[in-house]
Design a protein around this ligand. Structure first.
Ligand code: ATP
Length: 342
């Protein structure tokens, strides 16, 4: 498959309103799994719909290798892009069996019976629905219906699969099961995928790359572990993973990842000059009798541990994990082994 390239893609639905998508540039390598992450209304679905061909950009261009799929002057229709889209609602035909639903795109193309049977059989086996081929959608669970939608996507051997919050309608248990299905689906199909979600845990668990959007703009694209360790800016820092953001006196020399001695000095400094934002992950906060004296605000039980919110002497909050229960108001001295300047 060729690379999918978005080059300064912009979408304005009206001249008065701010653009829904504002000059987004990114590249999707063949076989990549890109999660498009961001709060509601940030433009994720509009990006996906422009890639699919359901919306036309008002600026910039979308390319698949050398082939121009869309720009403000024209666009290739969805059915000629070699892509498949899986919707949140699954969009299954209620009167058709599982096999007929999965094979529908092939029927529309009018391919021969033997090839049809083979491709549908393979697609259903890939999503473990071969034993339910004759059922109707009404007789399936939510997760099984989702898998029919995936099988329907697989039969066409798409170069790019577009998924719009495909797990939003499922309960937590099923979401975990389906995450595994998506991973297997991605491996087997070899297709590049763009997966829209506002759930950062889902994005981090599934994707090879995560693109974070806010107010129509692309803020950062990185592998999940890099995004977690080195988010750029307050919005990404807030959106990805857990942690507290501390405003501390800006250190000289542009240090990005200070350790405890430096952080201790910054926390106790009376400097009233410019501040910098530092993200502190709870796993980098440790109980330490020689640390800074804080007070417990809340402690939320999470099964294997408690997530404790601490109040620092200057009024800022910090998160820390604790194996034991802590009571609000209790004193707790802590040190911070690492922080990341946003
Ligand atoms: P969600 O997670 O809630 O689905 P999103 O990040 O996918 O949100 P979009 O659906 O892309 O966001 O919407 C981005 C912005 O564009 C929103 O302000 C939305 O109101 C606006 N918008 C989307 N579609 C249209 C449309 N057809 N006409 C006018 N404005 C639209």
């Amino acid at each position: 498959m060729a690379k999918l390239i978005l080059n300064g893609v912009t979408k304005r639905f009206s001249p008065e309103a701010p653009p829904a998508v504002d000059c987004v540039s990114l590249e999707l390598k063949p076989g990549a799994f890109l999660a498009l992450l961001g709060p509601s209304g940030c433009g994720k679905t509009t990006v996906l719909r422009m890639v699919a061909g359901f919306e036309q950009p008002t600026g910039g261009e979308i390319l698949l290798g050398e082939r121009r799929l869309a720009d403000a002057g024209g666009m290739v229709p969805p059915e000629r892009r070699g892509m498949a889209m899986v919707f949140q609602s699954y969009a299954l035909w209620p009167h058709m069996s599982v096999a007929d639903n999965a094979g529908y795109p092939l029927k529309v193309r009018g391919i021969g019976r033997a090839e049809y049977d083979r491709k549908v059989g393979e697609a259903l086996a890939a999503v473990r629905l071969d034993k339910l081929a004759d059922r109707r959608p009404a007789d399936l669970s939510g997760g099984q219906r989702q898998r029919v939608a995936l099988a329907r996507c697989l039969v066409t051997d798409p170069a790019v699969v577009l998924l719009d919050e495909p797990l939003a309608n499922l309960d937590r248990h099923l979401r975990h099961e389906m995450e595994e299905n998506f991973r297997v689906f991605h491996e087997r199909s070899g297709a590049a995928m763009i997966y829209v979600t506002h759930d950062q845990a889902e994005a981090m668990a599934l994707a090879t790359d995560v693109a974070v959007m806010s107010e129509g703009r692309l803020l950062q694209v990185a592998a999940p572990d890099a995004l977690y360790a080195r988010p750029e800016g307050r919005i990404v820092g807030n959106l990805v993973g857990r942690g507290a953001i501390l405003d501390l006196p800006a250190p000289a020399g542009g240090v990005r990842q200070p350790g405890w001695p430096q952080l201790a000095a910054m926390l106790s400094s009376a400097d009233t000059g410019p501040k910098a934002a530092f993200l502190v992950r709870p796993e980098h906060v440790h109980e330490d009798a020689n640390g800074i004296a804080a007070r417990v605000e809340t402690a939320v039980f999470q099964g294997e541990r408690y997530c404790v919110t601490l109040r620092l002497p200057d009024g800022q909050e910090l998160l820390v994990y604790s194996a034991t229960r802590r009571e609000p108001g209790q004193a707790m001295a802590v040190s911070i082994s690492s922080a990341w300047r946003l």
